[in-house]
Design a protein around this ligand. Structure first.
Ligand code: IPM
Ligand code: MG
Length: 360
């Protein structure tokens, strides 16, 4: 019996979380998954209920579960609250509280969706890359940070980009290990041309490579060039390893190559045996929240990643991924997915049901 903690969160989060539950129900019923679902609050809904975006109790529940799956956090309602208790801070506290330093963000182009990308079909068809983003260090967590008022009345905002050897080495190791299961290629992205932390990053990645992963083809790229190369010729990449902030930006760009943010899952992992956090890459999408039109695929594929990477059920992950692919092949499209010819326009529930039927 595995315990899954579901944190639906804000905006479209609760809507897509319902579809995760629908799929888990099928896996329990037809495939003996034996997963028990618990719920808790994260983000704005937690602020409304408890005054903080993640309670100690919710974090404790996360630690005691086998895997945590979330929907999304944030929204205009909480845009003015203090940084320390913003919805997003709940997610950052969850990531750091669980020690989730390695964020795997695949960008995979489904054949049925190659025309949904703003890029030409030949540029993205068959794309299959993974961004390995460092998740609990860098400028997101560095000190000093804050906004202060100077003696002359101006205000000054400060954040600090900081990385240590061990933080760089452990994320580089995750990338090299992943590359060994794939095509054996890693591109490391930083700004060693202007940042000391980037230079250290490059040196430590190179050192680990030379010492332990000489079989991997390692290249280095400045992060701005990497952004450009991602839209110019994304298929040159396999695994990209990068820091927290660059990873945030590059993974949005990579995701959109595939046609829609609504398709892509992610996994945040810490030490082996500890619960990971699985989440769709998309945000809370306040503009469409509550309308029943959000694409649940990224959320359902996040469940698949949890099955594969955490719950020891790669067989069921394959089945869930195949069911999503089949629903797309059969023409089911949520509003974010452009379709040619005869497509079946569906909302969140319709897509979830189409996937669940194909899985059953
Ligand atoms: C992401 C999001 C988060 C981040 C926000 C919601 C804190 O953009 O997961 O990419 O910046 O890490
Ligand atoms: Mg982001």
């Amino acid at each position: 019996m595995s315990k899954i903690l579901l944190l639906p969160g804000d905006g479209i989060g609760p809507e897509v979380a319902v579809e995760i539950e629908r799929v888990i129900a099928v896996l329990n019923r037809d495939f003996g998954l034996g997963a028990e679902i618990e719920h808790d609050l994260l983000g704005g809904v937690s602020i409304d209920a408890h005054g903080v975006p993640l309670t100690d109790a919710a974090l404790a529940k996360a630690r005691a579960s086998d895997a945590v799956i979330m929907g999304a956090v944030g929204g205009p309602k909480w845009a003015k609250v203090d940084y320390a208790i913003r919805p997003e801070q709940g997610l950052l506290n969850l990531r750091s509280g669980l020690g989730l330093y390695a964020n795997l963000r695949p960008a995979l182009c489904y054949a049925a969706l190659a025309d949904a990308s703003t890029l030409k079909r030949e540029v993205i068809e068959g794309l299959d890359i993974v961004i390995v983003r460092e998740l609990i260090g860098g400028v997101y967590f560095g000190h000093p940070r804050g906004i202060e008022t100077l003696p002359d009345g101006q205000r000054r905002g400060v954040n600090t980009q900081v990385y240590t050897t061990s933080e760089i080495v452990r994320i580089a190791r995750s990338a090299f290990e992943l590359a060994r299961q794939r095509s054996g290629k890693v591109c490391s992205a930083e700004k060693a041309n202007v940042m000391e932390s980037g230079l250290l990053w490059r040196e430590e990645v190179t050192r680990l490579h030379d010492a332990e992963y000489p079989d991997i083809a390692l290249t280095h790229m400045y992060a701005d060039n990497c952004a450009m190369q991602l839209v110019r010729a994304p298929k040159q990449f396999d695994v990209i390893v990068t820091d927290n902030l660059f990873g945030d930006i590059l993974s949005d760009a990579a995701a959109m190559l595939t046609g829609s943010l609504g398709m892509l899952p992610s996994a945040a992992l810490g030490e082996p045996g500890k619960p990971g956090l699985y989440e769709p890459i998309h945000g809370s999408a306040p503009d469409i929240a509550g309308k029943g039109v959000a694409n649940p695929c990224a959320a359902i594929l996040s469940l698949a990643m949890a099955l594969r990477l955490q719950l020891g059920r790669a067989d069921l992950a394959d089945k869930v991924e195949a069911a999503v692919g089949k629903a797309l092949d059969d023409g089911y499209r949520t509003a974010d997915l452009i379709g040619e010819g005869e497509v079946k326009r569906v909302g969140t529930t319709g897509m979830g049901e189409a996937i669940a039927e194909r899985l059953a």
